[in-house]
Design a protein around this ligand. Structure first.
Ligand code: HEC
Length: 142
């Protein structure tokens, strides 16, 4: 009788640990599956620093939003009225700034300048999108 109890308890301990390790295995492989089936956009946001080089290249090739959309959604906040000395849309301000050249303007727009925050607060803007928005503002000059 005693022996039977011993065998039964050994079997149940073995069974329990088997069950536990199976659970761990199952959840770790679930994680892997979830990782694999995640949509690309969720894993790597456009402009996200954690993106691999290849992903950044994909995300920044060709603007996802038009220049006007980026300007209206992000830049108009300050540039429509000329908040804190921001060069004002549709005025000669942009003729003056335009003289700096698009590459110089893009560089300062990315880093920020004076009261202008980095990327004009458009953290998910690609360089191409920022460039488009700047060109849109430059071409608004009379
Ligand atoms: C919070 C307000 C604010 C927002 C939003 C903003 N800007 Fe600006 N921006 C400024 C101000 C202020 C200046 C003038 C800074 C100075 O010359 O001291 C400026 C200047 C600039 C310049 C001229 C830089 C230079 O080198 O002379 C560019 C280009 C520019 N902004 C692009 C953008 C773009 C593109 C966006 C939208 C993605 C944007 N800004 C959004 C406030 C803003």
């Amino acid at each position: 009788m005693n022996l039977i109890y011993k065998i039964a308890s050994i079997v149940s301990v073995l069974g329990l640990s088997l069950l536990l390790s199976f659970n761990t295995y199952a959840s770790s492989s679930n994680d892997k599956i979830i990782e694999r089936i995640k949509p690309v956009g969720q894993v790597c946001m456009e402009g996200d620093d954690s993106c691999g080089g290849a992903m950044v290249a994909v995300a920044t090739s060709g603007p996802a939003r038009t220049a006007e959309e980026v300007y209206t959604a992000k830049c108009a906040l300050c540039h429509a009225a000329g908040v804190s000395g921001a060069p004002k849309f549709g005025t000669a301000d942009w003729a003056d700034r335009g003289a700096k050249g698009i590459e110089a303007l893009l560089a300062t727009a990315i880093s920020g300048i004076g009261a202008m925050p980095a990327k004009g607060l458009c953290n998910d803007c690609s360089d191409d999108e920022l460039k488009g928005a700047i060109e849109h503002m430059i071409s608004s000059a009379p």
